[in-house]
Design a binder for this molecule. Structure first.
Ligand SMILES: O=C1C[C@@](O)(C(=O)O)C[C@@H](O)[C@@H]1O
Length: 517
C-alpha cells in the first residue's frame, strides 16, 4: 500500500479494541465482511502482554493494519514499563512489515529514526490525542506543525470535542497539512469529522462495526451504503439535519440516495447541535448549503435566518434553511405545514369521510381539530388547520405554550388532563405533535383506544416507530389514520426541492422510505 495508492481511494478503517488475540481476530473478520479496507489493532487494549501472542496476531491479520499502542489509554491494563512494551510492539510491527505503525507523539523523537531505518514498506504515523477544551484553530495548527516536524509519513490527530462547532478546526488541519493526515473527533458531536472528512481531503475515515454508531463513529455499512463517502469530494455540497437528539432521524437514509438518483453532488448528515445560532455562525461557508431543522430548534431557527418565508414567519417555526447561492443569505421555510395538512386532506378525501362540501373546500373545514403539542410541528399544524377553516383546540403539557398558540390561531387551550375524555362532538381530527409514543416510550399514547371513536381521522407526527400505539389503536376502532412517515416524506420532498432548486424524485423517494423504514 503506497502513499500514492492511499491518495486515490478513500480507506475505511475499523479500530479494534479487544482483550484477547482471539477476539481481535474475530473483529478483524467482521471488519472484512462489512467492507473495511483496514483495521487499527489497538494493542494497548489487550489484557495480557505476551509478545509472542502479538506476533501471532500480526501474522494472522486478514486485512492491512495500523498497529498502535497508546501510552495513556485508560484501557491500558498491563503493568510494568509501558514505554518499553510499546517500543517492543512498534519494532515488531516494523519487522513484520505491517502496513502502518503508529507512534504516540511523546515517543516520536526517541524512536522514529530507528523505525524509519528498519522499515521496508511500513508507513509511520505519529499521533496525538487532544483533551477536550484545547480544540481551537491556533492550538491544532501548532500541533500540526509539531507533528509534521517529526518527519512522519502520516500524522494523526484525535481530539475530544464538547460541541459540533469544535470540529471546524479539525477540517482546517485536514486542508492545511503538508503530509497525509488522519483526524478523528471523539463522540456523537464529532461524527461529522468522519462523514465530512473526505470533502476536506481525508484519505482515511474510521467507522464502527455492527451497523451502530459507536463513540461517534459512523457504521462502516452506512459509510459505504448510505453516505458513499468514496464519492465525496471538495465540491460536494453539505446538507444535514440540525437536531438534538438527532440519531433517530431518517433524513440521511432518504436524502443521500435522492441526491445520487438526481446526480446531485451533495451529502446529508446528522448534525447534533446544542446551539443553532453558534452552529450557523461557525459553519457559514457556502458549501454548507442547506439544513433540515428538527427538535428543539424549529422556533429558535427563525431568528437565525436573514429572511423568512411568510408562512414560516406566521407559524413562528422554520424546519428548512437554505443558503441562497446568489448572496449566501440564510432563508427559512416551513415544509411541515403543507406536508401534514395535505396528507390529512388526501386521506379524508380518499376514505370519503369528507364533510359533504364541494371538492374545492378542504375536508378539514369546519371540523374540530384537536392538537396535542404546541412545539414547532404543533404550531405548523395549528396554523395549517386554521387556514383551512378548522376550529383548533390545543392540549400541551406546558399550558402557557398551549394558550399562546391558541391565541395565535383564535383557538382554545385546554389542560392536558382533559384530553383523554374530550369528546364534545363527532367527526373530529386528532393530531399528535408531541413526543408521546416515540421510541423508546412506544407503550405511551395520548388518547385511550375507546375514546378514539369520536374522531374521523387520527394523525401522529411520531414516525419512530412507524406504527405507533396511537395509530394501531385508531385502526382497531375503525378510524382513518395518517402516519408520521407520510408527513416525513412530504416535508422531505419540500425540503429536497428547496435544497436542489426544484428537483423532486417523488416516486423514488417514496420507494426508498418504504424499503428503509
Ligand atoms: O420534523 C421533521 C423531521 C426531522 O426533524 C428529522 O428528524 O429528520 C427533520 C425536520 O426538518 C422535519 O421537519
Amino acid at each position: 500500500m503506497t502513499l500514492a495508492y492511499i491518495r486515490n481511494k478513500l480507506l475505511i478503517c475499523a479500530a479494534i479494541e479487544s482483550e484477547t488475540r482471539e477476539e481481535m481476530v474475530k473483529s478483524m473478520e467482521k471488519a472484512k465482511e462489512e467492507g473495511a479496507d483496514l483495521v487499527e489493532l489497538c494493542i494497548d487494549s489487550m489484557s495480557l502482554f505476551h509478545l509472542s501472542e502479538i506476533e501471532l496476531l500480526l501474522k494472522q491479520r486478514t486485512l492491512p493494519a495500523i498497529v498502535s499502542f497508546r501510552l495513556n489509554s485508560q484501557k491500558n491494563s498491563c503493568k510494568g514499563d509501558l514505554k518499553h512494551r510499546c517500543l517492543q510492539v512498534l519494532k515488531l510491527a516494523v519487522d513484520l512489515d505491517v502496513e502502518f505503525v503508529e507512534i504516540d507523539f511523546e515517543l516520536a523523537f526517541d524512536v522514529i529514526d530507528e523505525l524509519m531505518q528498519k522499515r521496508e514498506n511500513s508507513k509511520i504515523i505519529v499521533s496525538s490525542y487532544v483533551k477536550s477544551g484545547v480544540c481551537c484553530k491556533e492550538k491544532l495548527g501548532n500541533l500540526l506543525v509539531c507533528l509534521q516536524s517529526t518527519g512522519a509519513d502520516i500524522i494523526k490527530v484525535v481530539t475530544e470535542v464538547a460541541y459540533i462547532t469544535d470540529v471546524s478546526p479539525v477540517f482546517h488541519i485536514l486542508t492545511h497539512s503538508q503530509v497525509p493526515v488522519i483526524v478523528r473527533a471523539i463522540g456523537d458531536r464529532g461524527l461529522i469529522s468522519q462523514l465530512l472528512g473526505p470533502k476536506y481531503g481525508a484519505f482515511m475515515v474510521y467507522g464502527s462495526l455492527g451497523g451502530k454508531s459507536i463513540h461517534g463513529l459512523p457504521p462502516i455499512v452506512s459509510i459505504k451504503n448510505v453516505y458513499e463517502l468514496d464519492n465525496v469530494d471538495i465540491d460536494t455540497k453539505v446538507f444535514g439535519v440540525v437536531s438534538n437528539p438527532v440519531g433517530h432521524s431518517k433524513g440521511p437514509l432518504l436524502h443521500n440516495p435522492a441526491f445520487r438518483y438526481c446526480g446531485y453532488n451533495g451529502i446529508y448528515v446528522p448534525l447534533l447541535v446544542d446551539n443553532i445560532k453558534e452552529f450557523l455562525r461557525v459553519y457559514s461557508c457556502t458549501d454548507f448549503a442547506g439544513f433540515s431543522i428538527g427538535l428543539p430548534h424549529k422556533e429558535s431557527a427563525v431568528a437565525c435566518c436573514d429572511e423568512v418565508d411568510p408562512l414560516a414567519k406566521s407559524i413562528g417555526a422554520v424546519n428548512t434553511i437554505v443558503r441562497r447561492p446568489s448572496d449566501g443569505k440564510l432563508v427559512g421555510y416551513n415544509t411541515d405545514c403543507d406536508a401534514c395538512i395535505t396528507a390529512i386532506e388526501d386521506a379524508l378525501r380518499e376514505r370519503q369521510v369528507s364533510n359533504g362540501d364541494t371538492p374545492n373546500v378542504s375536508p378539514i373545514a369546519g371540523r374540530l381539530f384537536v392538537l396535542v403539542g404546541a412545539g414547532g410541528a404543533g404550531r405548523a399544524l395549528a396554523f395549517g388547520a386554521k387556514s383551512k377553516g378548522a376550529r383548533v383546540v390545543i392540549f400541551n403539557r406546558n399550558f402557557e405554550r398551549a394558550e399562546s398558540l391558541a391565541r395565535a390561531v383564535s383557538g382554545e387551550a385546554l389542560p392536558i388532563e382533559e384530553l383523554d375524555a374530550f369528546c364534545p362532538e363527532n367527526g373530529m381530527i386528532l393530531a399528535n405533535c408531541s413526543a408521546i409514543g416515540m421510541e423508546p416510550d412506544v407503550h405511551l399514547t395520548p388518547v385511550s383506544k375507546e375514546n378514539l371513536r369520536s374522531y374521523d381521522l387520527v394523525f401522529d407526527a411520531v414516525y419512530t416507530p412507524r406504527n405507533t400505539r396511537l395509530l394501531q389503536e385508531a385502526v382497531e376502532v375503525g378510524v382513518t389514520v395518517v402516519s408520521g412517515v407520510e408527513m416525513f416524506i412530504r416535508q422531505a420532498l419540500g425540503q429536497f426541492r428547496l435544497f436542489t432548486n426544484g428537483l423532486a424524485p417523488e416516486d423514488f423517494m417514496r420507494k426508498v422510505v418504504l424499503e428503509q423504514f
